[in-house]
Design a protein around this ligand. Sequence first.
Ligand code: OAD
Length: 254
Amino acid sequence: MSDFNLPTELVSALRLARHVVALTGAGISAESGLPTFRDAMTGLWAQYRPEELATPEAFQRNPKLVWEWYAWRRQLVEAAAPNPAHHALAALERLVPRLTLITQNVDSLHQLAGSSAVIELHGNIRRTRCFANGHPAETWDESKAVPPRCTICGSPLRPGVVWFGERLPEEALNNAIEASATCDFFFSIGTSGMVEPAASLPQVALKFGATVIFINLDVEDKTTPPLFRLNGKAGTLLPALVAAAWPDDGEVEG
Ligand code: OAD
């Protein structure tokens, strides 16, 4: 089905893989209509300053601004649906012996596409907790205070995402590193690789002998096994790659 010249070494490495890791970033959700962070014109950080919106200090300085910015992003996320790239990874999970999906995204679109056990490195925007004690909150009354207050301790509520300067969830990070060190095929999809520690995971995989492929819009095509770079949209390339590796399994649903 593919119109692309997918490198045959890449297709056969995927077909033979026993443990695939996929690390995803904002680019995989771009075709679902969600803005990325660093794309020059459309990225969130082209319009907003992360230090004013995505740090604990920013929240303490201006909690209303931060709460409202995340409320706006939560609305975008709630209106979005998985695209063919998310569906291709969900399909891939059923085709390989083991797949570990690690995401920096906070949008749940992998889970909505049917992927299981997603490792969320940066939390999830659909979850809310209080700033002081991390008490989870399911519902709140926005008519009284913005941000609303925790019903247990009175602390302001904040989004359940990881901000700059905060620690990543320890178990998620350990699982991500362990999977990257033990996989035999590693995808980096739709991430600029600017934010640590996620940015180092492809290097971990390469060091321990995996085939590594980068798919995004700011790489040049390159075939130097075990390293591959494909420039193009994840929603086009991923279904094509999965279909090329399993030609008998029919079209990957999109
Ligand atoms: P970035 O915005 O930094 O990078 C998005 C990447 O996706 C770029 O490399 C684009 O070329 C690529 N891209 C855009 N559209 C694409 C498409 N249709 N198909 C494939 N690739 C596409 O986003 P992240 O790398 O995810 O953290 O950013 C990492 C972290 O920085 C985020 O989790 C967030 C941000 O600040 C926090 O907020 C803590």
